[in-house]
Design a protein. Structure first.
Lengths: 291, 304
């Protein structure tokens, strides 16, 4: 089963929830940090056997001996990644979306693609007390690179591949999604069986929760809500969930211990161990409903 | 004219609350124009209570749409899958009833399928990505936007909002633009900061906050934009907050100060006010409310 942890608003506790669920869920668990612009889950995990591999995207390279400067590629490119001026054709790899169209339209076969690094994939194992170790995957977008969706896709593809090799049908995959509701969030959440939306009981939290709810509904994925720092604001989020018939999976009141632990890189289920059972039960509930 | 962009790297550090507080101070001192460039989850309007004066559709790029009448894969004898093979974004699926179908949320708008469909059966239509607005508020003019669900081109929408804010500011003779940016380091953030006069990074005293601060600081350096740092909710972990201050000193980054955690910030938000306005109405109380406002005002003085 694949669960995405998302939120419209940033800083509501997505990573806290994803990490706690990953440390408490029974069986084989994968945790994917797909918040590749600012991945933080790794801060909370005791990782071992870490290995890194670059994430690349194909970008066009022009063979000048074959190029006749006809401009077909530049006029085809929707992203202005190829510019044609007089007899020169220039490629701007940072604008390229790697669609491969330029190589296909080039009449003199002067374009081939070469991999260009845009990020890093880190895989590691995290020991869990009394449970099989957790497989952790983190994507990191290189500073200055604009497009995170290919990095998110690379993390997900790798986890799916590993999953297939292990052939563990019962594998529980948790995706820590980026904030917002645009393409990076959509890319992370696509393919999930269930989405946990994390929010806080403030006007900003509610407004962005509503955006996230609309997004997930449009994608047709079942979802529930966790209200973090549940006593720090007002009742509007609870009322909203009742009105929209949205299930509230858990409410986590504000707790100085948890805030302090968070600041030091300690997972919620360690600073407040009574939550471990709740997250185990949540994982079992979601798996049970899925089957 | 000076353009100041407020970003954070990490979400939820208090970027928008601080932007609203700065807006209150800026409006008291002179003419300023405001822009909400967190187009993906825009919240500034919840404090600004804008009266929308202009509403514009934001059309950017294209999206592919298969004409089922022309698709060779519709019906029983369907065998063509050219578009599916060529699409690198997995955006086209095949159904036996209707033939090939494009998932608009996954479509990158590259046009490869449109170009190579053997029956020219794929249309390339303009993509509506959202709306942007010019509004009157009690602080001054606000330019803001709403990106459609799962829409692309957030960077271009950010650029549109900033351009419009600049145009409005020139028209009004305003000497300051305050921009609320978005979290992360990707496309909308790059679009928010390129060419700005100054960036303020709002961070929090946590390991995640420090990690994200360092990444977004590298981004600002990458684009050679001067930036300063302010630590919000500093007393959650004073040791970490001090470490952030030393990090700034070591790296030659101007440090604007520390703001303690205060429930007044959330209270103000619930009332639809900035924390500075909240204090004006409620007076100074023993929650340290005044301190928060004063510290923000001090930071603002350092910044401008």
């Amino acid at each position: 089963m694949r669960i995405a942890v998302a939120s419209g608003k940033g800083g509501t506790g997505k990573t806290t929830i994803a990490v706690s669920l990953a440390l408490s869920a029974p069986g084989n668990v994968q945790l994917l940090d797909c918040d590749v612009e600012e991945p933080n889950a790794g801060i909370f995990l005791a990782q071992r056997d870490t290995s890194e591999s670059p994430i690349t995207v194909p970008v066009p390279v022009i063979d000048e001996t074959k190029c006749v400067a006809c401009g077909e590629c530049a006029s085809f490119c929707e992203f202005n990644a190829i510019v044609h001026i007089g007899t020169t054709v220039m490629v701007f790899p940072e604008l390229c979306h790697s669609c491969g169209g330029c190589a296909l339209v080039c009449p003199s076969k002067a374009i081939h693609e070469e991999p260009s690094a845009i990020g890093m994939l880190t895989t590691s194992e995290v020991p869990r007390y009394g449970l099989p170790p957790l497989d952790f995957y983190q994507g990191l977008l290189t500073i200055g690179k604009a497009m995170s969706p290919p990095v998110i896709r690379a993390v997900k593809d790798r986890a799916i591949k590993d999953h297939a090799v292990k052939d563990s049908a019962d594998c529980f995959t948790i995706i820590d999604a980026p904030p917002g509701t645009s393409c990076p969030m959509g890319t992370a959440v696509t393919g999930a069986d269930y989405v946990i939306l994390v929010t806080e009981p403030t006007p900003f939290g509610l407004h962005d929760l509503d955006l996230a709810v609309k997004t997930v509904r449009k994608m047709g994925i079942p979802f529930g809500v966790i209200i973090n720092r549940s006593d720090s604001g007002d009742d509007r989020v609870v009322d909203y969930c009742a009105r929209e018939s949205i299930r509230i999976l858990m409410q986590i009141p504000e707790d100085r211990r948890v805030a302090r632990g968070y600041s030091e890189g300690k997972p919620l289920v360690m600073s407040a161990p009574e939550y471990r059972k709740k997250f185990t039960a949540l994982a079992e509930l979601l798996v049970g409903e899925h089957q | 004219m000076k353009e100041i962009v407020i970003i954070s790297g990490k979400g939820g550090t208090g970027k928008t609350s601080l932007t609203a507080a700065f807006a209150t101070l800026a409006a008291k001192r002179g003419k300023a124009v405001f822009a909400d460039c967190d187009v993906d989850a825009a919240d500034l309007h919840l404090v600004f209570a804008p009266e929308i004066r202009e509403r514009h559709e934001f059309i950017s790029g294209h999206v592919a749409r298969v004409d089922p009448k022309k698709c060779l894969s519709s019906g029983e004898d369907g065998s063509c899958s050219k578009c599916i093979e060529l699409c690198r974004f997995g955006a086209i699926k095949h159904s036996y009833k209707t033939g090939c179908e494009v998932d608009e949320g996954s479509c990158e708008g590259c046009g490869v399928c449109v170009k190579f469909c053997p029956t020219s059966g794929i249309d390339f239509i303009d993509r509506r990505c959202g709306e942007w607005y010019v509004s009157d508020t009690r602080f001054g003019t606000l330019v803001h936007a709403a990106l459609d669900t799962r829409a692309e081109n957030s960077g271009k929408l950010v650029t549109t909002v900033r351009k419009e804010a600049k145009r409005v500011a020139e028209g009004q003779g305003a000497d300051l633009i305050i921009v609320d940016g978005s979290p992360g380091t990707g496309c909308p953030v790059i679009a928010s900061i390129t060419g700005a006069d100054a960036v303020v990074i709002v961070t929090e005293p946590t390991m995640s906050g420090q990690h994200d601060l360092e990444r977004v600081a590298s981004l600002a350096r990458h684009f050679a934009i001067p930036f300063s740092v302010i630590v919000n909710k500093a007393d959650i972990n004073q040791t970490m907050a001090d470490a952030t201050e030393s990090w700034c000193a070591r790296n030659g980054v101007p440090f604007l100060g520390m703001i303690p955690y205060d429930r007044a910030v959330t209270k103000a938000q619930i009332e639809g006010k900035s924390v500075i306005e909240h204090q004006i109405k409620c007076g100074v109380d023993k929650t340290g409310n005044r301190d928060v406002s004063q510290l923000i005002a001090k930071a603002w003085d350092l910044l401008c």
